[in-house]
Design a protein around this ligand. Sequence first.
Ligand code: E4P
Ligand code: PEP
Length: 329
Amino acid sequence: IIVAKNEAAAQVIVQKLDQHDPIHPVFIHQNRVALAGIKNISEADQQVIADQVEEIIENHHSAIKSSRAFHPEDTIIKTKHSVIGGKNFVLMAGPDSIESPEHVLEMGQDVKAAGATILRGGAFKPRTSPYSYQGNGEEGLKAHRAAADALEMDMVTEILDTRDVDLVDQYTDIFQVGTRNMQNFALLKALGQKRKPVLLKRGMSATIDDLLNAAEYIAAGGNDQIMLMERGIRTFDSKYTRNTFDVGAIPVLQKLTHYPIIADTSHAAGHSEFVTPLAQAAVAAGAQGLMTEIHNDPSHAFVDGAQALTPAQYQVLATTVRKIHEVIA
Ligand code: E4P
Ligand code: PEP
């Protein structure tokens, strides 16, 4: 990454580099120019470039557009009802899956009352077993959209398949890519062509570099509205929690990338009693938002009832995490 003396100097550098070389693309952000690879440049051009340079950042992350070295300021994503990133704090919550129009509306009312501005819910469910509930597809998307509109909230829902991009796009405000699809490159490329926020969950066995490179697939297509989500990873001990919540990933990601970092402690904990303490830890570590699953009757939830908070428990979570965020922001 070349830090030029100013934005005009960065433009001069870019002009000297072939921007149409698909193997070594050139990126510019304010006074920073990045090259994805080494290029052959004439000696005369090398001298012109050298005259514009303030600093060269070597050994930067391979996920260039996603890296803070290239884009130092926080990305702020604005949706109709939410501001995500920077010093802002956002709550996303709702049922795991869309069960019925009445249910998603009722859950939406509860999470909105607790301060959430984004209503979550899955209509396409990624299940371990093909015989488990797979979601109600477009019917669920319609119910979810209607509830979000009635409550003046944003909608986030998972997309599993490139063939559904246009369908889901008709309804949702934010695309969710789940842990199982973090490296579904065809899906990431398709979402890179959209100009709508993408919530990218960390793969359950993905390193931080894997996550950043997955985000880069979306950014490379031109969509820079990306949020990253820590949701727990697989480790040797999954007896007491469903996944190991990697709280350290939050400050590490904030150092490496400018995208908002959100935590889902429902899938990390797997048991409702641990969802709130992990959420508190996530916010204390700097998470700029939380995703949480709720259900008014967890033992009858279609999916993942064990990790669902009741509306009353969610109210407690929301109140305490906001206080923690005020202290650390
Ligand atoms: C819901 O959020 C997911 O589909 C779920 O966590 C997958 O869980 P499963 O292993 O029970 O299918
Ligand atoms: C979800 O949020 O509905 C979900 C399936 O989560 P994850 O991809 O983290 O398992």
